[in-house]
Design a protein around this ligand. Structure first.
Ligand SMILES: Cc1ncc(COP(=O)(O)O)c(C=O)c1O
Length: 340
């Protein structure tokens, strides 16, 4: 069996039982939905595909036309890849917080990079990036700004694919999901699908400390990908039962713990989700199946989260001390499993 197009390889990502986060004695099982298995290595492949389909249907997007989008990285990768195979030109608006490799990925797919170098008054680049994308769309002939922050097509992508996949993979037994948010698109799509099936499904939304998707005051942070300096239209907060803000320290320690305990090399938002899930499991009494939607691969962060010098430069080197505790907890857990 083979695929006729890369598009056919988007979605149907694996679900992995995460033993280090589960508690078998209390019948609490935690699973990770590995979105890094998409062809562009992130959850954004699904959103990008649906946004392009909608632009083809509603705006007559055709080969030779241009797409412009503001992104912190993964959407840029996904759109650059899909634009390459569809014959669309792609202009990607990035900022210096984005790992340099992401700009190279866009160029490798034939895309053009526009860098926004000045942050706004809050210290974030996001609003300025969006303004640049809108102005490029207005001044470039046959150019569409997809607006991943407010476009419901990005929610649909997950309502029609990620949500149903999770339910099928667990034969309908999903008690809770832990999902990170930036535009809110994948959280809203997954939550809407799960809540329509069973309104008791517990939805936990996660964002970096300092991000304001779920409210609060914006403070610059190191986590890249999840989080925003404003509340986007695509976050449907009435579908979220609980929100958690995770510090850079806990998010990055969460990444290293996933690597050591599960052999998973994932990005910062996955680390923050793992941290939030660990706290949730600790206070849970009843048996449950909990799904963590793990957005992207750690390969993109080898020069940041997984680089000792970078961690030291940001006074985060001592997260390794927290990891010792993690290893002890994992060892205790493994011993408990053996004695069952
Ligand atoms: C690594 C990572 N995690 C989480 C998110 C949040 O996804 P969404 O925009 O669907 O809220 C993103 C979005 O870019 C991301 O790149």
């Amino acid at each position: 069996m083979y695929a006729n197009s890369l598009v056919e390889l988007i979605g149907n990502t694996p679900l992995l039982h995460l033993r280090s986060l589960s508690n078998e004695q209390r019948n609490i099982r935690v699973f990770g939905k590995l979105e890094c298995h998409n062809p562009g290595y992130s959850v954004k492949d699904r959103s990008a595909l649906q946004l392009l389909r909608q632009a083809e249907r509603d705006y007559g997007l055709k080969p030779g036309w241009s797409i412009v989008e503001s992104t912190s990285g993964n959407m840029g990768h996904a759109l650059a890849m899909l634009c390459a195979i569809h014959g669309y030109r792609f202009i990607c608006v990035l900022d210096p917080k984005t790992p340099k490799a992401n700009a190279n990925v866009v160029r490798a797919f034939g895309g053009q990079v526009e860098m926004v170098n000045q942050p706004d008054e809050t210290g974030s680049y996001q609003k300025k990036r969006i303004a640049v994308a809108k102005s490029l769309a207005a001044t470039t002939p046959n150019c569409i700004n997809l607006d991943q922050y407010n476009n419901p097509a990005a929610i649909d992508a997950h309502y029609y694919s990620t949500g149903p996949e999770i339910v099928n993979q667990l034969s309908g037994k999903v008690d809770a999901v832990v999902v990170s948010a930036s535009t809110g698109s994948h959280l809203s799509g997954i939550a809407r699908y799960l809540k329509e099936r069973d309104s008791r499904t517990h939805v936990i939304g996660v964002e970096p400390e300092g991000s304001v998707v779920f409210g609060g005051v914006y403070v610059p942070h190191l986590q890249n990908g999840s989080g925003l300096s404003f509340k986007p239209g695509n976050i449907l907060t009435d579908l979220v039962d609980e929100t958690v803000k995770v510090s850079d320290r806990h998010a990055f320690a969460g990444c290293h713990r996933l690597a050591l305990d599960e052999g998973l090399l994932l990005g910062g938002s996955s680390g923050s989700i793992a941290h939030a899930a660990r706290c949730y499991v600790e206070r849970l009494n009843d048996p449950a199946n909990i799904v963590l939607v793990l957005p992207d691969s750690g390969v993109k962060y080898l020069e940041t989260i997984y680089d000792d010098e970078w961690l030291s430069a940001h006074r985060l080197h001592d997260i390794l001390r927290d990891l010792d505790t993690a290893t002890e907890a994992t060892e205790a857990h493994a011993l408990a499993l053996e004695s069952l």
